[in-house]
Design a protein around this ligand. Structure first.
Ligand code: GH3
Ligand code: MG
Ligand code: MG
Length: 328
């Protein structure tokens, strides 16, 4: 998400800085200082985000809240209720909605509204009494922005929740697996063709995150997914189950075919280099045929084979039958 909003963030900050520069040409240099503060805060706020325990809170405190305070400062030094600057306090409301959904709006919008009150009514109540538009216009902007953006954000969140595509890798996700498997199982029952499932789990992936940061971990996941996709044919369906775990659905593939395909993926990953790093992956293969092919038992078989591959030293392919022998 942080990535998706990068351009919007840069354009917004540039626009606000240009606004401050134009205002400072006639109204004093303090606005420029405010803009410089905002840009610095947002730039620092983005540093090392990957390694923070609660990146969301950090973004809120270092980006949204700082921007709100800087805009309020700009409103104060440019004339409080006499200035148009309190109107700008609607911008962080949009930013908080885009970044945090409606949870963030509940905090971000009231903060902007309070700052509008503080920079108008709090500075010169007499002026506001004679010019109520100096308070109600920025307040209306903040309220209407929050009210209008809220259902849009909610629908975006719902849309993403319904999506069958994994955002990071572009692969199909777990939600897409079940309905597709049901179709394949139905066909297999009619034709008596085998169905294989391959589970893949990257080896020691946690240490990549720990040693090089979450951003590098994500790049590795993207490149590994792409390398696997390229090594497969179009009807061999690859899913990201979550984290560094993938599933491959192979309609019509018997044990040997599935193990061979898994081996080609293992080699494709082994040959890959991402940001100077090398990764390996372990695979578990299970095959079923006949009338009653169940996703759960097939995935369960592939999972115990995968466990055997991990126990056997990783960077290898194990079959469910082999796994049973290995686990016995
Ligand atoms: P093993 O060889 O036994 O599989 O060891 P491992 O370190 O790969 O296994 P473990 O399951 O302990 O670690 C999985 C790690 O995957 C933990 C988590 O930090 C990381 N992870 C999960 N989802 C994501 C993601 O979307 N992006 C990144 N960068 N890391 C993720
Ligand atoms: Mg795992
Ligand atoms: Mg792993």
């Amino acid at each position: 998400m942080q990535e998706r909003l990068r351009t919007a963030r840069i354009v917004t900050l540039t626009t606000l800085s240009a606004t401050a520069a134009i205002v400072s040409a006639t109204g004093g240099w303090t606005m420029l200082v405010a803009a410089a503060l905002a840009v610095t805060a947002v730039a620092i706020g983005g540093v090392g985000l990957d390694r923070r325990r609660r990146p969301e809170l950090w973004v809120f405190a270092s980006t949204i809240l700082v921007l709100q305070l800087v805009l309020a400062f700009g409103a104060l030094v440019s004339g409080g209720p006499r200035s148009l600057a309190p109107n700008l306090l609607a911008i962080p409301v949009l930013m908080v909605a885009a970044r945090f959904s409606n949870r963030g709006l509940v905090v971000g919008a009231p903060v902007s509204a309070l700052l509008v009150l503080a920079t108008t009514l709090g500075v010169d109540p007499g002026y506001v009494a004679h010019h109520p538009e100096s308070l109600v216009v920025p307040l209306a902007l903040v309220v209407c922005t929050a009210v209008y953006v809220s259902p849009l954000v909610a629908s975006d969140v719902r849309h993403r929740a319904d999506s069958t595509l994994d955002q990071l890798t572009g692969l199909l996700n777990r939600r897409a697996l079940e309905p597709r498997f049901a179709e394949i199982a139905e066909q297999a029952a009619l034709t008596d063709h085998p169905v294989s499932v391959v589970l893949a789990d990257l080896d020691h992936f946690k240490s990549i995150n720990d040693d090089h940061g979450h951003g590098v971990g994500d790049a590795v996941l993207r490149d590994v997914a792409y390398a696997m996709r390229r090594a497969l044919r179009t009807f061999e369906l690859l899913y990201r189950l979550g984290g560094e775990e993938f599933a491959l659905l192979l309609p019509g593939a018997a044990e040997d075919d599935a193990a061979r395909i898994a081996e080609s993926l293992r080699v494709a990953i082994e040959d890959l280099e991402v940001a100077g790093l090398r990764v390996t992956c372990s695979f578990g293969v299970a095959t079923a045929r006949g009338e009653r092919i169940a996703l759960e038992s097939l995935v369960g078989g592939a999972d115990s084979a995968l466990y055997a591959a991990k126990r056997g030293g990783r960077n290898r392919v194990e079959r469910h039958d082999d796994a049973r022998v290995a686990l016995a």
